[in-house]
Ligand binder design. Structure first.
Ligand SMILES: [Zn+2]
Length: 300
């Protein structure tokens, strides 16, 4: 009996102050969701709050949070239209961030990188909103509708020749050392290998790998875009035989992910990563953005 009583006393709720840093402007609202592990990355967490945005840092307070482990999801709804109702991460438009500044570069953050323990005493947490829209879109797009998507897989995909590995089975560290045959830049030996294997397997539509840009693997020579249309890159979603070509090519990279060293693949509003399989990918934009006109391949 006395143990139970002690537990009840320790379980007293306490205020949690959240400072959301990196708020771009004072338009709309800043919203936080304070989530236990079971609700992490969901739309609705048991504790949430919206206040008018303040440029720079916006401070919010949850007055009585029970002790426990939580992660904070912060979101700047600059046009104040409460779009979060359709899923906090469904439509990435503006800044968002997580407690402990958990990294969100190419996939959603992990619980272990974002959670903190709330004790029965007042405390403060900081969540910084992301600055790089592109990376945010990629990370959020991979959350998509939340559930696993249908995916592109085929038992009939041909097998690739494995890329060279270290004697302990790990991938050798590589940099942009090989002439990129598709552009004037460079690519890594593993990227070249994957591209040549795909070609040898019959995927001969136009390909472009190296590209100058701020983020992602193209400027590192570790990514290629494979046009779905037989005539090259077109600003329209592939249909018919061109779409089948993309389906088959995406399936080929998935089947050979381990042999080639694939980091992720994006095709037709879905993204494949080794840890998660195919998931919905839903940034906003044209065929190049939602990847309905090309298969994107990123390499380890
Ligand atoms: Zn790409």
């Amino acid at each position: 009996m006395s143990l139970v009583a002690a537990a009840l006393i320790l379980a007293a709720n306490a205020p949690l102050t959240v400072e959301v840093a990196g708020v771009k402007n004072a338009r709309g609202k800043v919203r936080i969701d304070v989530c236990p592990q079971a609700k992490f990355l969901d739309d609705g967490c048991p504790w949430h709050l919206s206040v008018p945005a303040k440029a720079g840092t916006t401070t919010l307070e949850i007055p009585d949070l029970p002790p426990g482990d939580y992660a904070i999801q912060a979101f700047h709804d600059a046009n104040g239209n409460d779009e979060m109702d359709r899923g906090l991460f469904g439509i990435p438009k503006e800044g968002f961030g997580f407690s402990r500044d958990a990294k969100i570069v190419f996939s959603p953050p992990k619980w272990k990188d974002a959670f903190f323990t709330h004790h029965a005493e007042q405390q403060k947490q900081v969540a910084a909103l992301t600055k790089k829209k592109k990376e945010a879109e990629l990370a959020l797009g991979s959350i998509g509708g939340g559930g696993a998507a249908g995916g592109f897989v085929s038992v009939n995909s041909p097998l690739a020749q494995p890329a060279p590995r270290n004697s302990d089975g790990s991938w050798p560290k590589e940099s942009c050392t090989v002439d990129d045959p598709t552009t004037t830049g460079c690519i890594t030996p593993r990227t070249l290998h994957a591209m040549q294997q795909a070609k040898a397997a019959g995927f001969k539509h136009y390909v472009a790998c190296f590209r100058h840009q701020d983020s992602g693997e193209h400027p590192k020579g570790r990514a290629c875009d494979f046009a779905a249309h037989s005539s090259g890159f077109l600003n329209e979603a592939a249909t018919g035989a061109d779409k089948t070509y993309g389906n088959n090519l995406a399936a080929y990279f998935i089947k050979n992910a381990d042999r080639l060293g694939v980091m992720y693949v994006i095709w037709y509003r879905q993204i494949w990563m080794p840890g998660t399989g195919w998931k919905a990918y839903s940034p906003q934009g044209g065929p190049s953005v939602v990847h309905t006109n090309h298969v994107h391949l990123s390499m380890l």
